[in-house]
Design a protein around this ligand. Structure first.
Ligand SMILES: [Zn+2]
Length: 193
């Protein structure tokens, strides 16, 4: 009987990413943080929308473009209201979106990202479906934001082990990685590590 225990986690950022940029106010590279305020500018039937970031030291501002000379009719009404009311959830959504920073040519401070693991579900028994994980625990970590965390670090954090312990367990095949991508990792753990 090939029964397994399956545990699913999701890794999520805890707050908006910060941007590293040379600050004209400070004269050095500093971290800019999300103020969770938007600026909306109407020009005829076109709209510009920015999310305002601010140097954490001197409050120098950095406007990151959300929409540039966009036809007003194209912007969803709900979202437009959120810009006007500085909706925190909307500001966080942009503040955790790598594409948004890439489009703005803004460098996210990868070392400054804080995140946590949420346990989505745990099933105590079930068929081992297509994955060869017999009599073992199958762990799946979803990473929908695409946070750049090394696989062995993710495994170590979820299992509460050190990275060197995980490397040894991988060497001994006590942990085997079944599938891996920038947004997912699945691995099997034999008995208790
Ligand atoms: Zn500054």
């Amino acid at each position: 009987m090939s029964y397994i225990k399956k545990i699913e986690y999701e890794v999520v950022p805890q707050e908006s990413f910060s941007v590293i940029r040379n600050c004209p106010g400070c004269g050095v590279k500093t971290n800019y943080r999300n103020t969770k305020r938007f600026r909306v500018n109407a020009n005829g039937n076109r709209l510009d929308v920015w999310l305002i970031y601010q140097c954490e030291k001197c409050k120098h501002t950095l406007n990151l473009t959300v929409y540039e000379r966009q036809k007003a009719a194209i912007i969803p009404k709900d979202e437009y209201q959120h810009f006007l009311s500085n909706d925190e959830e909307t500001a966080e959504k942009y503040g955790m979106n790598f594409d948004f920073f890439r489009k703005n040519k803004a460098d996210v401070d990868m070392d400054d990202i804080t995140y946590r693991y949420i346990k989505l579900q745990e099933s105590s028994s079930g068929p081992a479906d297509k994955i060869a994980c017999h009599e073992q625990t199958l762990i799946h970590i979803q990473n929908p934001y695409g946070l750049k965390i090394r696989p062995e670090k993710q495994i170590a954090e979820v299992l509460e082990l050190s990275r060197s312990q995980v490397v040894k367990l991988l060497d001994r095949n006590a942990i085997t990685i079944e599938s891996i991508s920038s947004k997912n990792i699945s691995f099997c753990v034999k008995a208790t590590p």
